[in-house]
Design a protein around this ligand. Structure first.
Ligand code: IPM
Ligand code: MN
Length: 375
């Protein structure tokens, strides 16, 4: 029997409830497909931060880097300034492990209602490949009240370093600035991943940018995309401005197969994607470093108001669990989990409130786990 050790970070709010269902379903898949998982729990999140002052330390990150995958619930808590946990834990891990691919399937499963009129599961089935380490997410910026100042801003990544020495002068009462960076290495690696994925799927790749206005940063992205496209003559491509892409996701989702996007636009369009596929309760994501430690999570947040109510939909997390186990090479187990989710949704008897049902989080997890055992 194959033995996996998997770190799990339940996190805040509804995190522990949804993660419990994800682990339950993965354990059931293990029984069926011949592997056993030892879950290694990490307490990181709001309570741990309030008790110890640790967001996520270098020491913890080092420990975690010994594993190929991590399972994450959600972070974010009302008691803590917005952004502290998100940046200090979630983004810290994405950057530390250099998880340069944020893979977010936008797939309407059978049995799910979409707000898009007349669209079916045949029409809504694409994957967003979001760059996950650069762009306006690198976290460098500052503020200046009227006058003059110097600022040194630095980004350190395993693939490159960059340093900005700013000499700023303003007669505005106060200004704020944020610097976005895209590197050649950073753009190319995510684009290669997306082209290879498109080659295995419908052979169509759409790129997202805003090169008509933010022409330095996204003009560069567009140029790299066009260069790499020449190496994939069998993949058809199109270039889209992000505003237009939001329109096409709603009007013609069937046009899309694989979508590659810089970080910030990817954040925005995948919330739209989640709605198109039936809601945030159904949208999973993977933060992937193909050569390192990857991390799987639902794309929704910690929904503090539902904490402890055993009410929210665990499907996004269970589906993220399927992506996690696929990353470990257990393709059959992953497929069987997705099939079990679809069976649960088409039967429609055990559903949480967001899908019009009245079942609990754990009842949905139990149902999907038993479907994994019996399908
Ligand atoms: C996401 C989230 C995160 C992001 C936040 C919580 C930092 O919105 O995973 O999409 O912006 O990437
Ligand atoms: Mn987001």
């Amino acid at each position: 029997m194959t033995q996996y050790k998997i770190p799990v970070i339940p996190g805040d709010g509804i995190g522990p409830e949804i993660i419990a269902e994800g682990c339950k379903v993965l354990d059931a898949a293990g029984e069926e497909f011949g592997f056993d998982i030892e879950w290694i729990y990490y307490p990181h999140g709001a309570d741990h931060y309030l008790a110890t002052g640790e967001l996520i330390s270098e020491d913890t990150l080092k420990q975690l880097s010994a594993y190929p995958v991590i399972y994450l619930g959600s972070v974010g808590d009302d008691r803590i300034t917005p952004g502290v946990l998100e940046k200090g834990i979630l983004l810290a891990m994405r950057f530390y492990f250099d998880q340069y691919i944020n893979l977010r399937p936008v797939k309407l499963l059978r049995g799910v209602w979409t707000p898009l009129k007349d669209k079916t599961p045949e029409d809504i089935d694409f994957v967003v490949v979001r760059e996950n380490t650069e762009d306006f997410y690198i976290g460098i910026g500052g503020r200046l009240t009227k006058g003059r100042a110097r600022d040194v801003l630095e980004v350190h990544r395993s693939i490159y370093n960059a340093k900005f020495e700013l000499d700023i002068e303003t007669d505005s009462e106060e200004i704020a600035y944020q610097i976005g960076v895209i590197s050649k290495e950073g753009a190319r690696r995510v684009m290669y991943y997306a082209f290879n994925l498109a080659q295995q799927r419908g052979k169509h790749l759409s790129s997202v940018d805003k090169a008509n206005v933010l022409s330095d940063i996204y003009g560069f992205w567009r140029e790299e995309f066009a260069t790499i496209a020449k190496e994939y003559p069998e993949v058809t491509t199109d270039l889209n401005f992000v505003d237009a892409v939001t329109m096409w996701f709603v009007k013609n989702p069937e046009w899309f197969d694989v979508v590659v996007t810089p970080n910030m636009f990817g954040d925005i369009i995948t919330d739209l994607g989640a709605m198109v596929q039936g809601g945030l309760g159904l949208a999973p994501g993977g933060n992937i470093n193909p050569e390192g430690t990857s991390m799987f999570e639902p794309i929704h947040g910690s929904a503090p108001k539902y904490k402890g109510k055993n009410k929210v939909n665990p499907i996004a997390t269970i589906w993220a669990g399927a992506m996690l186990i696929e990353q470990l090479g257990e393709k059959q187990a992953a497929d069987s989990i997705v099939r079990a989710i679809e069976e649960n949704l088409t039967t429609g008897k055990v559903r949480t409130y967001d899908l019009g049902g009245s079942n609990t989080t754990s009842e949905v997890g139990d149902d999907i786990a038993s479907l994994v055992r019996n399908l």
